[in-house]
Design a protein around this ligand. Structure first.
Ligand code: NAG
Ligand code: NAG
Ligand code: NAG
Ligand code: NAG
Ligand code: NAG
Length: 315
């Protein structure tokens, strides 16, 4: 954990880092709302700022039969559940009851677009950046923090029934991806070894960017190689990549090639890349983001809502 005074000191030694402006990318950059439940108005705030991907850190409570949303166990507030902070809000947006940006017909426009056809070779970047029928999809990134993924994941999937019963979820069925206006992606704590063997599912896995030559291994030893029908998005910790400078100082000259390698590898498997863990108050935050975009990364993982418009030019 970096204390703010250290950051202030770093800001003094690297004034040039503070002055960096966001570059102008030549394509749409995808924005993910990190720890979205901590925003003043979860989901809505990020949605208003042009984000279409929202993160929930989940703690299953078997007595209450609820998932609380919080970063750590001591931060749990019993009035803040996955249902209240995320799910109800997404349903409200999608039913056209929240914003003129998203009409009641939008999910049907997405589903009924003639170019929306089942495929065994998904183009996830196109899915996320353009969607279908002029409607971009919403992604829920689900992170089970309570260390009980095996038992709590099925409960989480039950809670997502309101999205499922409306026919909105992207599915993998009969060897094909069926694109829907919502995609569920499990990350840290998700039992990938239970997801990968399934022949039919409406949830996906956040695979390890730069290591897609590996596989999901089940407890019985079967291996399921990562591929694009399992991994719409793949992620790695920014600071775990060699020469990242922990994201505190602008990336040194050796860094871009390291990130480039992970991005090219992930794109080879037709997944999209996200690097998480660039801290919101790091003086070199914009230098880090600029470098990731220049190296071809797809997602920016951020808590700072104005970042979307800073790069994509509109909110
Ligand atoms: C954007 O620029 C990168 C090089 O920085 C290039 O590899 C990529 O093909 C360009 N993309 C588009 C859509 O022009
Ligand atoms: C949206 O509005 C419709 C019509 O007013 C209502 O039937 C529906 O329950 C609302 N949905 C949500 C999620 O608020
Ligand atoms: C991709 O991975 C999934 C999940 O492990 C597997 O079921 C599927 O058969 C794989 N697809 C191909 C084309 O290998
Ligand atoms: C994947 O590729 C990396 C880099 O080339 C290599 O170090 C690693 O051993 C490979 N992993 C597997 C499971 O093949
Ligand atoms: C990635 O997508 C391209 C273009 O659709 C396809 O030709 C290629 O086989 C795919 N690669 C993998 C590893 O799935």
């Amino acid at each position: 954990m970096i204390v703010p005074s250290v950051c202030a000191a770093l800001a003094l030694i690297v004034p040039s880092a503070m002055a960096t402006d966001p570059i102008k990318p030549n394509r749409t950059i995808l924005f993910h709302s990190h720890n979205d439940y901590l925003q003043p108005r979860p989901v809505y705030h990020a949605f208003d700022h042009g984000f279409r991907s929202f993160e929930s850190d989940l703690w299953w409570n078997k007595d209450a039969k609820k998932f609380y949303v919080a970063h750590t166990i001591i931060e749990i507030d019993h009035s803040k559940t996955f249902q209240t902070e995320t799910l109800d809000r997404v349903v409200k947006i999608m039913e056209g009851n929240y914003s003129s940006e998203y009409s009641k017909n939008a999910p049907n426009k997405f589903l009924n677009d003639p170019s929306n056809q089942p495929t065994d070779d998904p183009d996830w970047y196109k899915y996320y950046s353009k969607g279908f029928g002029g409607v971009r999809p919403i992604q829920l990134l689900l992170e089970i923090k309570s260390n009980d993924g095996e038992t709590s994941w099925p409960h989480l999937m039950e809670q997502l029934e309101p999205l499922r019963k409306r026919g909105w979820l992207t599915k993998w069925e009969n060897g094909k991806i069926h694109y829907g206006p919502v995609i569920l992606v499990g990350t840290g704590g998700t039992p990938s070894y239970e997801i990968a063997p399934k022949h039919s599912r409406d949830y996906f896995f956040d695979c390890p960017a730069g290591s897609l030559n590996g596989s999901v291994e089940t407890p019985s030893g079967s291996k399921f190689p990562f591929n694009s029908t399992l991994c719409p998005m793949s992620s790695t910790s920014y600071v775990s990549v060699p020469h990242s400078n922990l994201g505190l100082l602008p990336p040194p000259r050796k860094a871009p090639a390291q990130f480039h390698r992970d991005i090219v590898e992930t794109h080879h498997y037709n997944s999209t890349t996200r690097f998480y863990g660039v801290v919101p108050f790091a003086p070199a935050r914009i230098d880090d983001f600029n470098m990731l975009i220049q190296q071809g990364s797809d997602w920016i993982n951020t808590d700072v809502m104005s970042d979307q418009a800073a790069y994509n030019g509109r909110s």
